[in-house]
Design a protein around this ligand. Structure first.
Ligand code: FES
Length: 411
């Protein structure tokens, strides 16, 4: 999973200099979430916890319309994501269309279903780049966190990707379970000849927010992992570029999420909902327009959903009068909602927020958890699967604010 919310990771390399709030620039980065279906059940998946409420999928022809409209708007980078995009058997057709339109294309995949036959077809269709996810460098943890037996298969897929001549990003989401393995994860990426390694510390949205208490690392774990990364960077030079971003719960200023709401990023959910960020549909009081109802140009420039948090007019105090607001744009709207219940509040990662103490307490609680308490019968992880999604959806738990709610049995 590429950390799409951070402008300083691979996904945002197309990010432009800051746009003036009164001049809406066109989107640069289109994320086509082709399906929410997925063979894995990752505990940190960023898809909505109630994804089963949104199971409709655009047809091939509708996706082609989206690609054409987005390219005409100015989008240049295109990620095919999900769920698992390989579950769509029209992926090669869409890649071919994207290539003809002049997009730079990236397949964001678990690797499950990426056979040599499909790699041949994707190569012929003109796919530029593949991002392959691993959950860990060990079979035990990789398979536990995804609730599958896929580690060996992923290793074979990585070799096939390189044999087909694709540039490859290895992506591994980090948290308290695998941070102590960072050296081994880097060794694995080097052994696989990955051009990039994205060590994406968990961002707490979607299923990761539901499992936050179990996944949150300690500050010590993060410092040690960062030191390891820096040591490797010196040793390996340009052989493999390693991205490592400290999770923002451990910062005192928020991230400039998505490089601004409606500034660079345009996400299209499997059912055609257009989103300014991948978790936006969880926000209350916003209706996200659907590409089957409205031209993309109108959605981008005129819809309430895309205009709601552009510029500075929506800001409350302390953001409104803050002399740093142009730098971080108030942080992340989804995080503000999840942690405070109001998406227009300051992102409480910021220590100027009156609710910052809540973030501090979450981090402090992580420090008191011993390894033996990571997964217990009293607090097991909740795997991403249809049954759990339906249960959370029925409980009105699509993306709950950070207040205690009954989540039913966790399996
Ligand atoms: Fe930051 Fe939605 S994830 S605004």
């Amino acid at each position: 999973m590429t950390d799409l919310s951070r402008p300083d990771t691979i996904a945002q390399t197309a990010a432009r200099p800051e746009a003036k709030p009164d001049a809406i620039a066109p989107p640069l980065w289109l994320l086509a979430e082709l399906t929410y279906r997925c063979p894995l059940h990752c505990v940190f998946c960023y898809n909505p916890t109630n994804y089963t409420d949104h199971s409709r999928e655009l047809s091939t022809a509708q996706w082609i319309d989206v690609l054409r409209e987005a390219r005409a708007l100015g989008a240049a980078q295109l990620g095919f994501s999900g769920g698992e995009p390989l579950l769509r058997d029209d992926l090669e057709v869409l890649v071919g269309e994207a290539r003809q339109l002049g997009f730079y294309t990236n397949l964001i995949t678990s690797g499950i279903g990426l056979t040599d036959t499909r790699l041949d077809a994707l190569k012929a269709a003109g796919l530029d780049h593949i991002q392959l996810s691993f959950q860990d460098s060990t079979q035990e943890l990789n398979d536990f966190l995804s609730s599958t037996r896929t580690f060996d298969l992923k290793k074979r897929v990585a070799a096939s990707i390189k044999a087909h001549g694709f540039p490859m990003v290895l992506n591994c989401v980090l948290h308290r379970f695998n941070l102590p393995h960072v050296d081994k994860i880097i060794d694995m990426a080097l052994a696989m000849d990955a051009e990039y390694l994205e060590l994406a510390n968990t961002q707490y949205y979607g299923w990761a927010h539901t499992n936050r208490a179990q996944l949150m690392p300690t500050a010590g774990q993060l410092q040690e992992a960062e030191a390891v990364v820096n040591r490797y960077r010196k040793e390996i030079g340009e052989r493999c570029k390693i991205f490592f971003v400290v999770p923002d719960y451990f910062e005192t200023r928020p991230k400039r999420c998505m490089n601004g709401w409606g500034a660079v990023f345009l996400g299209i959910a499997p059912d055609g909902a257009a989103l300014p960020c991948h978790t936006a549909r969880s926000l209350p009081g916003l209706t996200f327009p659907n590409v089957t109802d409205m031209p993309l140009r109108e959605i981008w420039y005129e819809s309430d959903a895309f205009n709601r948090f552009r510029g500075f007019g929506w800001m409350k105090e302390p953001c409104r009068s803050c002399d740093e607001k142009e730098r971080d744009l108030g942080g992340c709207r989804c995080q503000a909602y999840l942690l405070t219940g109001d998406p227009a509040n300051a992102d409480p990662v910021c220590d100027k927020s009156p609710e910052h103490e809540h973030v501090v307490q979450v981090v402090r609680a992580a420090a008191t958890r011993t390894p033996a308490q990571q997964i217990t019968k009293e607090q097991p992880v909740l795997f991403r699967n249809d049954a759990n999604s339906r249960r959370l959806a029925a409980a009105g738990d699509g993306h709950p604010p950070d207040h205690p709610v009954s989540r039913g049995e966790r399996t």
